[in-house]
Write a protein that binds this ligand. Structure first.
Ligand SMILES: [Zn+2]
Length: 159
C-alpha cells in the first residue's frame, strides 16, 4: 500500500524521491487492470524504480488511455515496456529524452493479436494521446500530463 512506501531520506522533495524497491510496491495497482510491476518489470530490472511523480504519471496514462483502450477493444493489454530509468532505457536502446523515462509512455500490444487494429483505431482518436507510433502487432503510446497532447500519430513508424 502507498503508506508503506519508503522514501529515500537524502532527497528533499517527495516527488523527486526514488521509491525503494519492495514487493509491496510491485503490487501497487495504478488502475483496475494495471500494476506498477507491469510498468517496471522488477523481475528483470530490480533497480528500475520510479519516483512518486513518475508513478503519478503512470497512473495518468493507465486511467486516461490504457483502461479506456482495454475497454474499447474488449481484451487485456500487455505492456512490453513501460517505465525505464536511464540505465534500462540505454539497455533497450531507447532514445535520449524518451517519455518512458518519465512514466509517460508504454509499448503495448493486445493479448489477442487480432485486436491490434482496433487498439490503434481507439488510440489515434483518443483525446489524451500525445504520441502514437505503431510497429507490427505492437505500438508506442505516450501521454503528457503537464501540457496539451500533440496527437502525433505515425502509423508504421517501426519497420
Ligand atoms: Zn516506446
Amino acid at each position: 500500500m502507498m503508506n508503506d512506501v519508503r522514501l529515500s531520506p537524502h532527497l528533499a522533495s517527495p516527488s523527486e524521491a526514488a521509491l525503494s524497491h519492495s514487493s509491496e510496491l510491485d503490487g501497487l495497482r495504478l488502475s483496475p487492470h494495471f500494476t506498477l510491476a507491469e510498468f517496471c518489470n522488477p523481475g528483470r530490472y530490480p533497480a528500475n524504480v520510479p519516483t512518486v511523480q513518475q508513478v503519478a504519471n503512470m497512473i495518468y496514462g493507465c486511467r486516461l488511455l490504457l483502461e479506456p483502450a482495454r475497454e474499447a477493444i474488449g481484451c487485456p493489454i500487455i505492456i512490453n515496456s513501460g517505465f525505464r530509468n536511464p540505465r534500462v532505457n540505454a539497455l533497450v536502446g531507447g532514445v535520449a529524452g524518451s517519455q518512458h523515462l518519465q512514466g509517460q509512455a508504454a509499448d503495448i500490444r493486445p493479448r489477442a493479436p487480432a485486436r491490434f487494429q482496433q487498439l490503434v483505431a481507439f488510440l489515434r482518436h483518443c483525446e489524451y494521446t500525445d504520441q502514437l507510433l505503431t510497429g507490427t502487432g505492437w505500438l508506442h503510446i505516450s501521454w503528457a500530463p503537464f501540457r496539451p497532447p500533440r496527437h502525433d500519430v505515425r502509423l508504421g513508424y517501426y519497420k
